[in-house]
Design a binder for this molecule. Structure first.
Ligand SMILES: [Zn+2]
Length: 901
């Protein structure tokens, strides 16, 4: 799954498929580990589902019949499986060897999302076939089987159906053992309108017309897999395909969008052979589709259903009229991420949600590695450090959690899709690959995949495979970083230069944003793979215990963590920090970004004065790496927001950014240039946005000129900058401007552009206009999946207003959010607030609406606001003092003393 950011065939058909599926004996598949947590009693194991569904898209209901071949492993009078929002019509059970079927009595437990089927006599262990007839709901948010409405190519209302099952929503589609280690084979048959295209994990096996203008489509049997990976979609689609590495790769889009699918299709075709080689096991299915759906979710952007990835259109389609360069790169990384899951997650699946990070951390790391491999010019190594920083922001709070965490409720499983699972997981894997070396690590991955294919695994299985491949000592490091929360703090002692070598003592502690004293007195301890250089070659060591001595060649400024593979913070002495900051312009981009982020984080948390962090930030030359500037210029804006209430200091920062980066923007130009470096194309909108916020006259004038032209011609703004320029306008909008954007939103039929325009309405700084956006979001006008995005947009500028609005319309708003995204929606709305007055509001919300076990996202929001409030006054005072001492002209105050006489 990507956040920010789917079969009645005979065995003969399966054999005939070109996929060369390895022979599997269902009776011998290693699944259902009795030592794992479960929400279902371990009395039976499903082996094979034969499922027929008939959607009634107009009525938002569907009918289903399923025959489940299962094995009772413990004598039981009843069977309990998962079901949610399902109405049962009948339940019968027959022994596989024949005999009279038993009629079951079904009792549904809505809260547990289970159905128990009681039989007139105790079932002896053995094989049975359970037949269930039922009906279910088609949802309007992305849970279970859901509908997405849009305007088709001819401008008429259209509706397509899709499924989304991770983490625990297959049970809304089919009563099933809906836990990841109950792997089974699936035969899906769907009865759909004759003029529609139906898609599932495997290719169609047969299709025949049936009564009522329908057709019955049967898909080939899936390999053994987890229920959350099943997929079905039907709609007015078209499909573009290519052949790659002996498989068919395809993109399925709503009819008329085929030309926008080629960028994603080319990426798929490029990545598949690379993964076949990397994983050492060829992609096991005959085809791999990526199915695009209009709309959006507050929970995810794309989902790795096996052989049939689902991605929202905005993250998959390349449309020159609206797609930015950043979004194009996002299409590539989404493909890389979801395709990595085809092995890591789909072929080998975590045994329980405790190990969700194995899926998400790995896919995030592989996405970054693949992007860096094929597109080194995009600067994905810098993005890797960005992931680390995102993870550390959460991991430095008391309410963080270990990468491997206890998951006991469905809601906790949904909440596990956070920055710790994705970004800390990615960062820890990057560190471990660097420790093992890329070849050993890849061999370990190959061993892991081949020995757990079609089965489930746990985190320790991966470490065992790495050790077996030669990564000696990896397990102990991996264990420390995945079973403990938090971030190591490496404090660097004074460097001693002796005979051309530098000797230094590293002292290990724990970095915290909200418990500095507590963690200083009683830190956790890790085996940390550290690296250091003093201008010569890099030396490496693994810390064990409190202090570690390092000696390295050279006597230049000391840099710890060169290459930025380590997951730790580094605190230098003031002298070493100053020396290092002075060398920043010559450092590699990845280190520039890592050093600036590290220094600012330590300053913001109070480990060192703000001056140190600001010295690093200010040392970044305005004409330096476009990628690093794109990533760091926002740090000035972060400080700008923190200085709320000190207009003079804010004006100083704004002037500093405008005078420092205005020339860079003028050099880039206001419009895209053919053949320019991709990093320039991504930097341009970043600078336009920020300089627009700071009311740079040149940027505002260009925005006004383009907006005036756009009002009469929607193509007047270059497509790749449309959202950027309109964003500048929307932020500063008056009522007439807001109305003009609203008018255009209403008239736009393309679903991506339409949603983006409605969300722009939520960007207005003006209170009254923000309120109008909130009111509009609750009408049916924006569309069912767009409204929540408008509320989120309002929260960017007006978090308190958006939260108060949501709380007073909670039931209505909840209908506009995926079930799986609800408890984290409030956290997202609070993300731009530093107001301690919000804390009781959030806590009351959690108490009234969330089970005690499910309040972690709110606790994280509260901890962040509290820790920022605790440091706020110091940050403001020290930053204002630094600004005064370092005039925006670039000349430090110390050098600009008033002349005498
Ligand atoms: Zn994922």
């Amino acid at each position: 799954m990507k956040p920010f950011a789917m079969l009645l065939a005979s065995a003969a058909i399966l054999v005939a498929a070109p996929s060369a599926l390895p022979a599997q004996n269902p009776g011998q598949v290693d699944t259902v580990d009795s030592t794992l947590p479960t929400q279902l009693p371990r009395t039976a194991i499903p082996r094979h589902y034969t499922l027929t569904v008939t959607p009634h898209a107009d009525r938002l209901t569907f009918d289903g019949e399923v025959a489940i071949d299962l094995e009772v492993i413990k004598a039981t009078p009843s069977l309990t499986l998962n079901a949610a929002d399902i109405s049962f019509a009948s339940a019968t059970l027959a022994p596989a060897r024949g005999g009279a079927p038993l009629t079951g009595r079904v009792t549904v437990d809505d809260k547990a999302q289970t159905a128990s089927i009681a039989f007139p006599r105790t079932l002896a262990p053995g094989a049975y076939r359970l037949r269930l007839a039922y009906s279910g709901k088609i949802n309007t948010q992305a849970n279970g089987l859901f509908a997405l409405d849009y305007k088709n190519k001819e401008g008429k209302d259209a509706r397509s159906l899709f499924t989304q099952f991770e983490a625990a929503d297959a049970r809304r589609f089919v009563p099933s053992w809906d836990e990841p280690d109950y792997k089974a084979k699936w035969d899906l048959t769907a009865r759909v309108p004759a003029n529609e295209m139906a898609v599932s994990n495997l290719p169609m096996a047969s299709s025949r017309p049936i009564a009522g203008g329908l057709k019955e489509v049967r898909f080939q049997t899936t390999p053994t897999m987890s229920s959350y990976l099943l997929f079905f979609a039907t709609g007015d689609f078209e499909r573009v395909t290519k052949s790659s590495a002996g498989r068919e790769v395809g993109i399925v889009v709503t009819r008329g969008n085929g030309s926008k699918a080629h960028y994603a299709l080319d990426a798929e075709a490029q990545i598949l052979p690379y993964y076949n080689d990397y994983f050492g096991t060829p992609f096991p299915l005959p085809k791999l589709d990526n199915v695009a759906g209009p709309g959006q979710s507050q929970f995810f952007g794309a989902m790795e259903n096996w052989g049939a990835i689902f991605t929202f259109e905005y993250a998959l389609l390349d449309d020159p009229a609206i797609t930015t360069e950043g979004q194009r790169q996002g299409i590539y990384s989404t493909e890389a991420h979801e395709m990595a899951h085809q092995w890591f997650g789909d072929l080998v699946t975590m045994a329980w949600w405790d190990d969700l990070w194995l899926n998400e951390g790995f896919a995030s790391w592989m996405e970054n590695k693949t992007t860096q491999h094929f597109h080194p010019e995009w600067g994905a190594d810098v993005d890797r450090v960005g992931s680390r920083e995102g993870a550390m922001a959460l991991d430095s709070l008391n309410s963080t959690h270990p990468v491997v965490q206890q998951v006991r409720t469905v809601e906790q499983a949904n909440q596990a899709f956070d920055a710790i699972s994705y970004s800390k997981g990615e960062s820890v894997i990057a560190m471990l690959e660097n420790f093992a070396g890329p070849d050993v690590w890849r061999d370990g991955i190959r061993r892991y995949i081949s020995s757990h294919a079609y089965q489930n695994s746990r985190t320790t299985d991966l470490w065992a495979a790495q050790e077996a491949a030669g990564a000696h000592g990896l397990s102990v490091i991996a264990r420390d970083f995945t079973t403990q929360p938090g971030i190591p703090l490496i404090t660097v002692g004074p460097a001693q230069c002796n005979g051309g070598s530098t000797a230094v003592t590293l002292t290990q502690g724990q970095f915290s944003a909200d418990r500095q004293q507590e963690t200083a007195a009683n830190p956790l301890s890790w085996h940390v793979p550290v690296a250091a250089t003093a201008g010569g070659s890099i030396v490496k060591a693994v810390t064990a215990g409190r202090t570690t001595q390092l000696t390295m060649p050279g006597c230049g400024p000391l840099m710890i963590n060169p290459g930025q593979y380590g997951y730790y913070r580094t605190l230098y002495t003031p002298q070493e920090a100053a020396a290092l900051a002075s060398q920043l312009p010559g450092a590699a981009p990845v280190d520039q970004y890592g050093l600036i982020s590290n220094a600012l984080a330590l300053s913001l948390a109070g480990y060192q004065p703000m001056q140190t962090g600001l010295d690093f930030l200010a040392a970044m030359p305005a004409n330096g790496s476009a990628k690093v500037i794109q990533r760091t210029v926002g740090r000035w804006d972060d400080l700008y927001d923190r200085l709320d209430g000190d207009p003079a200091a804010q004006a100083d920062i704004a002037a500093r950014v405008v005078s420092g980066y205005g020339p860079r923007l003028r050099q880039l130009g206001f419009a895209p240039k053919a053949g320019e470096p991709a990093v320039d194309a991504v930097l341009r909108p970043t600078l336009i946005n920020l300089l627009g916020k700071y009311r740079d006259p040149a940027v505002l004038a260009e925005a006004s000129r383009l907006f005036a032209a756009w009002k009469t011609n929607p193509d007047a703004i270059p497509g790749s900058l449309k959202a950027t320029w309109l964003g500048v306008i929307a932020r500063n909008a008056d009522a007439a401007t807001w109305d003009a954007i609203h008018e255009r939103a209403r008239a736009t039929t393309g679903s991506i552009e339409r949603a983006s325009l409605y969300q722009l309405l939520g960007r207005a700084k003006d209170d009254a206009l923000a309120q109008r956006a909130l009111d509009l979001a609750l009408t049916s006008e924006p569309g069912k999946t767009t409204s929540s995005g408008m509320i989120t947009a309002v929260a960017g500028q007006h978090p308190r207003m958006a939260i108060d609005f949501v709380l007073s319309h909670l039931a209505q708003v909840n209908q506009l959010i995926d079930i799986s995204g609800r408890s984290r929606f409030m956290q997202r709305l609070a993300a731009s607030s530093r107001d301690p007055a919000l804390i009781p509001v959030l806590e009351n919300y959690a108490q009234a609406n969330l089970a005690e076990s499910d309040r972690k996202p709110i606790q994280q929001a509260v901890d962040r606001i509290r820790s920022e409030a605790a440091q706020g006054q110091r940050i403001r005072t020290e930053t204002a003092a630094w600004l005064k001492a370092h005039p925006a002209s670039g000349a430090p105050a110390a050098m600009g003393r008033p002349e005498r006489g």
